[in-house]
Design a protein around this ligand. Structure first.
Ligand code: PLP
Length: 421
């Protein structure tokens, strides 16, 4: 049965009554993700100073080297370049990933890895394997919009636990888990982005990494550790993965080439026990059979030539001045009643607007002045609370545009405040 509100939305999308609606699944009600749709549309516009997309700047892609590698791989591996890959992913790429993750302090085997079509697919596979409708999970508040959308579409019951600068408020998590335990209940998993989280920019401290793992063991749940920003450290060394302390296979690690290298190949990975990887492989067979071969072969060669390591150094130099520019502009132009902290990596600032503001109103005004950002409502299950915040991405704007755009936003916010007085 399609609920009434959905009928309205379908008519809205298709501009006329559509005949199929009575046949469509109930899950569509949960799948609606207007915020993500709006975000993808803003990303496509080139007439804006855009702080909206959490996307890398193509100016930092190692394009010339990748073009050369692409030609060489195509010449040398024509017979497999255009062929299906295996479901688990190209063996050589998985061997490269073993090397990559070993440098990151892990000790994976090839059969403990599966290549996925972006970590967005990894999230979908994990949700498909774990979640029955109504199952309880915990996510960070705020959390990645694409993860919220995925978990909602599998009809999970989502509890949000707030984050602060050093990550999840672990004590609140424990109180929630204890409350459930007293009722004989538990959660299936905790979803966490420990490094420079999207959208909060928070980084889970080492102490808290160990604490959440202890809680996972004590309260019997899994941790989905999603790490697309973990290589984007602009000041400090990277912190250990939660997975590196995991002696009981509680942690399912998701990684991606999208943010620190290039997103266009849509290649990412899951690292977990070989048993879980076998299940993920079954789920992936039913989803897309295999990830695209060409990107896997090119990435593998790029890795072997040391291009990925080089790129990790380059992106830090490239994005640090942008982070600094945004930090300085916020200090200069935003009112003291707004709240934020300066992240140490990743792509995002997460700003709490002064009391009484709704970021959705601010976005309308900002778009008229050709500045875009994402409203905080996209990153929480309850959009009312989230709308007090905005996410500002500094990754895809030059420092001078960052200064210009933040100045405009600051003026709009102060203008509202003056009206209120
Ligand atoms: C936290 C997080 N996880 C996963 C993804 C999906 O990345 P991809 O599918 O490109 O690997 C994103 C993209 O923005 C993200 O921010």
């Amino acid at each position: 049965m399609i609920v009434k509100s959905y009928k309205y939305r379908f008519e809205d999308y298709f501009k006329e009554e559509i005949v199929m609606k009575e046949k469509l699944a109930d899950r569509l009600e949960e799948m609606e993700n207007k915020e993500l749709g709006d975000l993808m549309r803003i990303i496509g516009r080139d007439d804006l100073i855009s702080f909206a997309g959490g996307i890398p700047d193509p100016a930092v892609f190692p394009t010339a080297k990748l073009n050369r590698i692409t030609k060489e791989v195509l010449d040398e591996k024509q017979e497999i370049f255009y062929q299906y890959s295996s479901t688990e992913g190209d063996d050589l790429l998985r061997d490269y990933l073993v090397e990559f993750l070993t440098k990151g302090g892990l000790n994976p085997k090839r059969e403990e890895l599966i290549v996925t079509s972006g970590s967005q697919q990894a999230l979908d596979l994990v949700a498909k394997l774990f979640l029955n409708p109504g199952d309880k999970i915990v996510i960070e508040k705020p959390a990645y919009v694409g993860a919220i959308g995925t978990f909602k579409s599998y009809q999970a019951k989502i509890k949000e636990v707030p984050v602060e600068e050093d990550g999840l408020k672990v004590q609140l998590l424990e109180e929630y888990l204890q409350g459930l335990k007293e009722k004989g209940e538990s959660i299936k998993f905790l979803y966490s982005v420990p490094d420079y989280s999207n959208p909060s920019g928070a980084r889970l401290s080492l102490k808290k990494r160990k604490e959440v793992l202890r809680l996972a063991e004590e309260y019997d749940f899994y941790i989905i550790e999603d790490t697309p920003y973990s290589e984007l450290n602009y000041y400090d060394q990277r912190l250990d993965y939660i997975k590196s302390y995991d002696s009981t296979d509680r942690v399912i690690l998701l990684g991606s080439f999208s943010k620190f290298f290039v997103p266009g190949f849509r290649i990412a990975w899951i690292h977990s026990s070989s048993e879980f990887i076998e299940l993920a492989s079954k789920a992936k067979q039913n989803t897309d059979l295999a990830s695209a071969t060409a990107g896997q072969l090119i990435l593998c060669q790029a890795g072997k030539e040391g291009l990925l390591g080089e790129q990790i150094e380059r992106v830090a130099e490239f994005y640090r001045p942008r982070l600094e520019a945004m930090s300085e502009a916020l200090d200069k132009y935003f009112p003291a009643t707004a709240e934020w902290f300066k992240p140490k990596g990743g792509f995002f600032f997460w700003v709490k607007l002064p009391e009484g503001f709704d970021s959705r109103d601010l976005l309308k005004e900002a778009l008229e002045e050709k500045v875009a950002f994402v409203t905080g409502s996209a990153f929480t299950v309850d959009s009312t609370e989230g709308s007090k915040y905005i996410r500002l991405s500094f990754s895809n704007s030059k420092p001078e545009d960052i200064e210009k755009g933040i100045k405009i936003l600051g003026r709009l916010i102060k203008g509202y405040q003056d009206l209120e007085l």
